[in-house]
Structure formats: C-alpha cells, structure tokens
Design a protein around this ligand. Structure first.
Ligand code: HEM
Ligand SMILES: *[C@@H]1O[C@H](CO)[C@@H](O)[C@H](O)[C@H]1NC(C)=O
Ligand SMILES: *[C@@H]1O[C@H](CO)[C@@H](O)[C@H](O)[C@H]1NC(C)=O
Length: 329
C-alpha cells in the first residue's frame, strides 16, 4: 500500500515536471509537417544528396552551421540571415565569418527552394527545420548514423552579430570552459565529447591549430603527435594564405565515423579542444569508450545531436516561417 501510494505521488510529480518542461520548451515532433508537406523529408534528402554529389564539403559545412545556429539564440535559423545596411547579422560575427563555409548555406537554400517548388509545401517549412533535416542527411551521406529528426521549430525574428559574443567556443578553451558552455545549452560533458565528433568531417583553417605545431620543439603542444606536428608545419608554413584549410580527421576525413576518437588516442587530434578531450582524465574514459565501439558512438552522437536540436526552439509569436531563409520577414 505504502509503495503504491508512493508510486502515485511520484507519478503526479513526474506529470507536473513534464508539464512545466513543455511550457518552457515546446515539444517538437517527428511528423510535424504530415498534414501540409508529407514529403518534406524525401524532398530535402534529394536536394542535399545533389549538393553532396557536387562536393563532400557539404557534410562538414552543414553540420557546422547547425551547431552554430543552435548555440546562438537557439535552433532558429538566425545564423542564415544576411546582414543589411542596418544590421550586422550573426553570420558576420568573427566567430562565424571564416569558419562557416558557403556550401552549408547553399545546402539549406537549395533544400528550401526544392520544397518551395512543390505547391503544397511552398512557404510551409521553416528554415530552422530544413537545417536540422539537412544536417541529418549530410551526416548519413558521409556514412554516419541515420536518425529521426524532430520538427516544429519556427524561424527566429532577429539575428545580430552581438548575440554571438560568448556563445561559441574557441579551440583554446579548456575542458571546464567547454563543459560550462555546453551546460548552458543543456548538454552534458558526455554530450560535448560525442558532439565534438562533428570534427570527423570538415575542415579547419591553419589559424585554428597551427600554433600547436610550433617549430623547434619550443612552444608547441606536447599532446600533439610529433608526426602530425611535422605535417602541420608543412601544411601551414609561416605566412600561409589564411584561406588554407585542412581536414580535421587526418585518417578518414570524408567519413562520419568514430575514427575521430581513435585519432585522439594517438595524439592526432587537430584542434587543441579535440586533443584535450583525451588528455584530460575526466573526459578520457568517454573518448576511449566511443573509440572502442562504433555502436556506442552512433548512439551517443544521435542522442546528443537530438538534444542539441531542442535548444531554444521558437514557437507561436516567438517566430515565423521565413519566405527567404536569408531575410527576416
Ligand atoms: C567542443 C567545442 C568546439 C570547438 C572548440 C570547435 C571549434 C571548431 C573550430 C576551431 C573549427 C575550425 C574553424 C576554421 O578554422 O574554419 C571547427 C570546425 C567545425 N566544427 Fe567545431 N567546435 C566545437 C564543437 C563542434 C560541434 C558540437 C560540432 C557539431 C556537432 C562541430 C562541427 C564542426 C564542423 C563540421 C566543422 C568543419 C566545418 C567545415 O568543414 O566547413 N563543432 N570547429
Ligand atoms: C534602415 O535604416 C534606415 C535609416 O534609419 C531606414 O530608413 C530604413 O527603413 C531601414 N531599413 C530597414 C530594412 O530596416
Ligand atoms: C603517433 O601517430 C602514429 C600514427 O600516425 C602512431 O603510430 C604513434 O603511436 C603515435 N604516437 C603517440 C605518442 O601516440
């Protein structure tokens, strides 16, 4: 009896907790567009596949864009907005200017154009949802895990460069700083480790990592494998063109896999923020576990990117569906 009563109390408390969560955070759902645009997923997938066939850069560029969208003002496509004479938008903040490749934006615009070419879908699917779907499709095209995407995000009503300050991590952050930043977005340290595997595809510019391979042994990062350091000095000599970029997974750069974590085990992480996940004894067990098991990696990554896709979702009067993803309505 006492146990049963306790269970009912617990159930009531859980219900209360659930309803306060849904007030604070609107519920996304998988079949959100079933009534208005039932083929949304296949239309986006075909557009992303076309783009990916043109260039595999599509994969990293799109995943990167989704991350930078979600961490600044939530997953609301605010990162897609172009600056105007009156407003410098998120994408023109220094933290986005160099790193966000045009191919990511192009992927979303093309997928949205494909949707808008279908009369019943025209203007019905948010740019934020297109980015979430395109990210999933880009990951699958690069050989990563398949997963279902929750939908129902509205597009944000503003995008300012100022809002980016302090929201994204430079590669010089230590584990505590990285963990704190992800915690502010409702993501755990393990989520952060799993999501860092976004770097299993995609490029970084020399300025983001070349300092770790400093010449003559002095000032370099002792955690960087010496053979990688030698290669980095070749790729990124002093005075290198600042546009030069290198694939971050130096072993399987085009495949979305857990090789990223095995690289860390041999000091082959390109960014300081990658390598420290292995150097720091607090995150190393997670790196080892994800390096050991492709299944564990797939599960951890899918859970974490699903959580990331829920950050700061806009509904009702907080957002709308943009006619043009690059222009606020
Ligand atoms: C943990 C903190 C993180 C730091 C410090 C970080 C830092 C960086 C840096 C410095 C670059 C290279 C920028 C450049 O030089 O052009 C980069 C690229 C990239 N990041 Fe991260 N990142 C982090 C987390 C993430 C997450 C969570 C994802 C997505 C799940 C992600 C996805 C990517 C991708 C895909 C690229 C390559 C972009 C391209 O090829 O165009 N990163 N990141
Ligand atoms: C930009 O600012 C000018 C002058 O303040 C104003 O006339 C114009 O309507 C603004 N344009 C937009 C798109 O807000
Ligand atoms: C450096 O990387 C190579 C593979 O490229 C590996 O065989 C070696 O063990 C690594 N060294 C260290 C110290 O991890």
């Amino acid at each position: 009896m006492a146990a049963g009563g306790g269970a009912r109390v617990a159930a009531a408390a859980a219900l209360l907790a659930l309803s306060s969560v849904s007030l604070a955070q609107p519920q996304l759902r998988r079949n959100y567009y079933a009534g208005v645009c039932p083929d949304v997923e296949s239309i986006v997938r075909a557009a992303v596949a076309n783009k990916y066939r043109e260039t595999f850069i599509t994969a990293g560029a799109t995943v990167h864009l989704f991350f930078h969208d979600c961490f600044v003002e939530g997953c609301d496509a605010s990162v897609l907005v172009a600056s105007t004479p009156n407003n410098t938008a998120e994408k023109d903040h220094p933290a986005n200017l160099v790193g966000l490749a045009g191919d990511g934006f192009d992927t979303v615009l093309r997928a949205r154009a494909a949707l808008d070419a279908v009369p019943r879908c025209r203007g019905k699917v948010s740019c934020a949802d297109v980015l979430a779907l395109a990210t999933r499709d880009a990951i699958a095209l690069a050989g990563g895990p398949a997963y279902a995407v929750e939908l129902g995000r509205l597009d944000g009503l503003r995008s300012t460069a100022a809002s980016v300050d302090g929201k994204l991590a430079p590669p010089s952050f230590d584990l505590d700083q990285l963990t704190a930043l992800f915690a502010r977005n409702g993501l755990s340290r393990d989520d952060m480790v799993a999501l860092s595997a976004g770097h299993t595809v995609g490029f970084a510019h020399c300025a983001s990592f070349a300092g770790r391979a400093a010449r003559g042994g002095a000032g370099g990062d002792p955690a960087m494998n010496r053979s990688l350091a030698a290669r980095v000095r070749e790729w990124c000599p002093d005075g290198v063109d600042p546009r030069v970029a290198v694939t971050m997974d130096v072993v399987t750069p085009r495949v979305f896999d857990n090789q990223y974590f095995r690289n860390l085990q041999s000091g082959m992480g390109l960014l300081a923020s990658d390598q420290l996940l292995y150097t720091d004894p607090r995150s190393r067990p997670t790196v080892d576990a994800l390096a050991r098991s492709a299944d564990a990696f797939d599960r951890a990554f899918v859970a974490a990117i699903t959580k990331m896709g829920r950050i700061g979702v806009k509904t009702g009067a907080q957002g709308n569906i943009r006619r043009n993803c690059a222009v606020l309505n």
